[in-house]
Design a protein around this ligand. Structure first.
Ligand code: 16G
Ligand code: MG
Length: 566
């Protein structure tokens, strides 16, 4: 380590005194002007992690669905998965060290993790379209180079594309080529193969309007569209040419406001979808003939995907276990439909992709989606092998179904480390013996899977929507002095503290039909989140308001008391 050079460069990316940030599920995220030192230091940390794992590490500069003024940074581990928890702690310590302590913290980390400083390091960098991202990614590069690391700057990428690049590089290109063309080719090939088998390829199945949140998704879809145009034509809106990133558009806006994005003209029954700012989330929607807006969220996406996969398995004659993983935010109607009509086991985990992902790995095929549109399907290696064999050996109809499944697996843009592909991996990387699969969801790949399924099944967007009717629901936020006074259990569905809160919620819920409510401290904002659903919108709204008041009274509310009306 050239400590002199580190000190000199660090001073050029000086930390504002007293600023404290936390590496959360979404990495570091805050106003862009507070992040220069964090970026430089994450460049340093990525080099240490790369030396330790003897693998390529990724650094993504993005703040996803946050406002344009914000930014953020996430490190991507060797198999394209999220950073290991112990290194998240190092990231927090390093980012928060005052200027004079930074070197000591850096040395501490490398000693604690037994990093061989002589080892080569390689870091790949991607960024979203925020005005601040280019300069911030340059600060990452400064950190990488001052510690002697090599790097490749991919420039503009979606978050899932950067994960793909990291995985491809660490598996010697066996999964795919670590280039943007490699990504386009891999996904498009699987999509075109799949949709070739669709008997109904009328125009209504072939065209889709996409709201790109004025973000990176627009650039990448535009580059990609000619690769899959045989199977699907996309019309892009909010492509960044005029509007502001995530402003009145994008998946987060559409889901939380339950209304269409601005800047998109929607004719009745046209199929539309929205990406978020870094293209790892997707929701669908349409207007019916009466002009009513219908949202098709992550729950209905999971239902479509799991029912299709189940049908294919029946056709092949395989009895594999499929499970669906949701969070407490999943609409009660979706859970009921999956369990009672589809007879698929459903599990509930805490909010946050890593929790769902972990649970989904327990199944031969695990489909997981958060209601907000974050999700994917995971296939165990054994299943993948079985399906590949079936695609070669079985006869006619069965073979066709196996081929479809094979293409769907490719289309999900998932990679894994268990079983058969172990031989691809750098042997020295085995963090905790778990099957590590990165597949936290990719809006582009999810979109192509959904479009292929709709075409193959000949389903219109209304028919898909009609699988079940969502229970009316409402989400609210409450300001409290310290949101940590709320602790939860049962996958966040029950409040343990403060005393009396759960009893109050139980009493309120009893007043309404088909009702349910829960509260949880947010992991990304300084608020308590409240969710309620009931048999009518009015009841859901009332219940949410009453629960908010209970939180305000029992959990130390601050500011104005929650008011009724939305
Ligand atoms: C993060 C999570 C997302 C979750 C959200 C909840 C990842 C990659 N992202 O964005 O899955 O839905 O947090 O936010 O894990 P909240 O805690 O503020 O409600
Ligand atoms: Mg995102």
């Amino acid at each position: 380590m050239d400590l002199g050079a580190i000190t000199k460069y660090s001073a050029l990316h000086a930390k504002p005194n007293g600023l404290i940030l936390q590496y959360g599920t979404a990495g570091f995220r805050t106003k862009a002007e507070h992040l220069d030192h964090v970026m430089f230091r994450m460049g340093l940390l990525a080099v240490l992690r790369s030396k330790q794992t003897k693998s390529t590490i990724g650094v993504m500069v993005t703040a996803s669905h946050n406002p344009e003024e914000d930014n953020g940074v996430k490190l991507v581990d060797p198999l394209g998965e999220m950073l290991a928890p112990s290194w998240e702690e190092h990231a927090t310590c390093l980012a928060n060290a005052e200027e004079q302590d930074m070197q000591r913290v850096l040395i501490d980390i490398s000693e604690k993790e037994a990093v061989n400083l002589q080892q080569d390091a390689f870091v790949v960098i991607g960024r979203d379209t925020r005005p601040s991202s280019e300069k911030l990614s340059q600060s990452v590069i400064d950190g990488v180079t001052v510690l002697g690391g090599q790097f490749h700057d991919y420039g503009l990428l979606t978050t899932p594309q950067l994960h793909y690049m990291v995985y491809c590089r660490n598996t010697g290109g066996r999964y795919g080529k670590a280039t943007i063309e490699g990504y386009y080719q891999k996904l498009s090939k699987a999509f075109v193969e799949l949709t070739k088998q669709a008997s109904c390829s009328g125009d209504e199945y072939r065209s889709l309007k996409v709201d790109c949140a004025n973000g990176i998704g627009a650039l990448k879809l535009r580059e990609m569209e000619h690769y899959f145009s045989q199977g699907l034509s996309v019309q892009l809106f909010n492509d960044g040419s005029k509007g502001k990133l995530n402003h009145l558009c994008g998946a987060d806006f559409v889901k939380s406001h339950q209304k269409p994005p601005q800047g998109m003209e929607i004719k009745s029954n046209e199929r539309c979808c929205s990406f978020d700012g870094d293209a790892d989330r997707i929701v669908y929607y349409y207007h019916d003939a009466d002009g009513h807006f219908h949202l098709i969220d992550g729950d209905k996406i999971a239902t479509l995907i799991s029912s299709f996969l189940k049908e294919l398995l029946v056709e092949i004659g395989e009895s594999l276990n499929i499970g669906v993983v949701q969070t407490a935010y999943a609409n009660g109607s979706s859970t009921r439909y999956l369990e009672e009509v589809m007879k698929v086991p459903v599990y509930c985990t805490k909010t946050g992709v890593k929790h769902l992902h972990h649970k989904a790995q327990e199944f031969d095929i695990g489909v997981y989606f958060e209601a907000n549109g974050h999700g994917t399907a995971l296939f165990s290696t054994a299943v993948e092998m079985k399906i590949k064999q079936s695609a070669e050996q079985l006869e006619d109809k069965k073979r066709k179904a196996a081929k479809m499944l094979e293409n769907i697996i490719d289309l999900f843009n998932q990679v894994r480390t268990d079983g058969a592909v172990d031989s691809w991996l750098p042997l020295h990387y085995s963090e905790d013996g778990q099957n590590r699969v990165w597949a936290a969801g990719d809006a582009i790949s999810d979109m192509l899977v959904i479009e292929a399924i709709l075409a193959l099944k000949g389903l219109t967007v209304q028919q898909w929507d009609a699988l079940y009717t969502d229970l009316p629901n409402r989400q609210l936020k409450v300001q409290v002095a310290d949101r940590r006074v709320i602790s939860t259990t049962d996958a966040e569905r029950q409040a343990v503290t403060p005393p009396g809160l759960q009893e109050a919620i139980n009493d309120l819920v009893k007043k309404y039909k088909l009702s349910r409510a829960f509260v949880r401290p947010s992991g990304t904002e300084d608020v308590v989140r409240v969710y309620a659903e009931a048999d009518s919108q009015e009841s859901a709204d009332h219940l949410a308001h009453e629960v908010s008041l209970a939180v305000f009274q029992l959990a130390g509310g601050i500011g104005e008391r929650p008011q009724p009306g939305f």
